[in-house]
Design a protein around this ligand. Structure first.
Ligand code: KG4
Ligand code: ZN
Length: 350
């Protein structure tokens, strides 16, 4: 009975069907994932209807696999944590209803986890010593949010993107460069062989906008650059140099704004989470800067950056301990709750 009272985490907010089991002491007992990248790559982006269908097809076997790999029986679960939003409606419905039905049949508590809180919680899975009073940056396909974390579970929103998320900037830029979906990891790989100073793309909002971000202008700058180069029959830089230059503009803004927040709030640490936290240049620059500023840096390992269910189970444990249990009529939440939770009064526009 060594695993008595574990948390099953379920994540289906976008294009990954994920399940994981985490023990009460935070030990990760399993981490299973079905990626739908191949399904959506054909269309150049996530097709919501196809995502939901694939979740329906795979969720049962993914959850079963997570339980088997963890060597935990259903009766040894303390609770089930499931992502209830934000995300794609049809995709969320699959996980929420599966989790709800399973928890109800086992008569154990269900914990409804906000996807962003899940990404934030991924920090403490591997960095249990990450200090309170830190700055945390969530950078994914759907979010670019900067938080002040008083401690695990207590977050104050300082700023966010006013248009595209950083992951969207990567993916849309990659599409313009003729790369497939999702383009973030491809830009990252190509950029490693390129020179970041080849083309100077704008650093939107770097000197204004407080701690908010904006990436749509950068995307447009790449579009116009490619168009003008073609029109004038100029010799185009290599794809590696273009990728490195474009990536550098995104990374510059993310690093500068994060450390502006670090200084302003006298933060003891910086954490970067979400899919874009897997970016090698961002990891390198954040680490260098944190060392220079002599503060703690926490970057989740790559499998915990992109969507996964370990982070949902970890956030689930924090909520469970606070008695934050969902009612049986809990529904998906398309994002309203997350915005309400971090009221605009908390936003930092200075
Ligand atoms: O967190 P995530 O898996 O899903 C969302 O919650 O959105 O993030 C996916 C995003 C995609 O935009 C993808 O291109 C980006 O993360 N991404 C990367 C890298 N790996 C994933 N962007 C830049 N460099 C990477 N290595
Ligand atoms: Zn995510």
């Amino acid at each position: 009975m060594k695993n008595l009272g574990s948390m099953l985490g379920i994540e289906t907010s976008c294009d990954e069907t994920a399940a994981a089991v985490v023990a009460p002491d935070g030990k990760v007992l399993s981490n299973v994932l079905d990626s739908q990248v191949d399904v959506h790559a054909l269309y150049g982006g996530v097709v919501p209807e196809l995502a939901s269908r694939r979740h329906v097809e795979t969720i049962e076997s993914i959850v079963q696999l997570a339980m088997t790999e963890a060597n935990v029986s259903y009766h040894e679960l303390a609770a089930i944590a499931v992502t209830h939003g934000p995300g794609l409606a049809g995709a969320l419905l699959v996980g929420v209803n599966f989790g709800k039905a399973l928890a109800y049949s086992l008569q154990i508590p269900l914990v409804a986890v906000n996807h962003l809180k899940g990404h934030l919680a991924s920090t403490w899975v591997e960095h249990s010593d990450f200090p309170q009073s830190s700055i945390m940056l969530v950078v994914s396909g759907g979010h670019t949010h900067l938080f002040y974390a008083a401690g695990s579970g207590h977050y104050q929103l300082l700023g966010k993107t006013i248009d595209d998320a950083a992951g969207e900037a990567f993916d849309k830029g990659a599409k313009m460069l003729g790369l497939s979906y999702p383009g973030g990891p491809l830009i990252d790989r190509l950029a490693q062989a390129g020179k970041p100073g080849t083309v100077h793309f704008p650093r939107p909002y770097l000197t204004r906008g407080g701690l908010d971000f904006s990436f749509s202008g950068l995307k447009t700058a790449l579009l116009y650059y490619l168009r003008d180069m073609k029109k004038s029959n100029s010799v185009m830089p290599s794809i590696e140099d273009l990728a490195a230059s474009y990536q550098e503009a995104i990374v510059d803004v993310l690093v500068e704004k994060s450390f502006r927040a670090v200084r302003k709030y006298h933060a003891k640490g910086i954490a970067v989470v979400g899919g874009v936290a897997a970016n090698s240049r961002l990891r390198e620059r954040m680490t260098e800067r944190a060392q220079h500023e002599k503060i703690h840096v926490a970057l989740p390992s790559l499998s915990l950056c992109t969507d996964n269910a370990v982070m949902i189970a970890a956030a689930g444990w924090a909520q469970y301990r606070l008695g934050d249990i969902a009612a049986w009529d809990v529904d998906m939440d398309l994002g309203q709750a997350s915005e309400l939770m971090y009221s605009s009064a908390c936003r930092d526009n200075g």
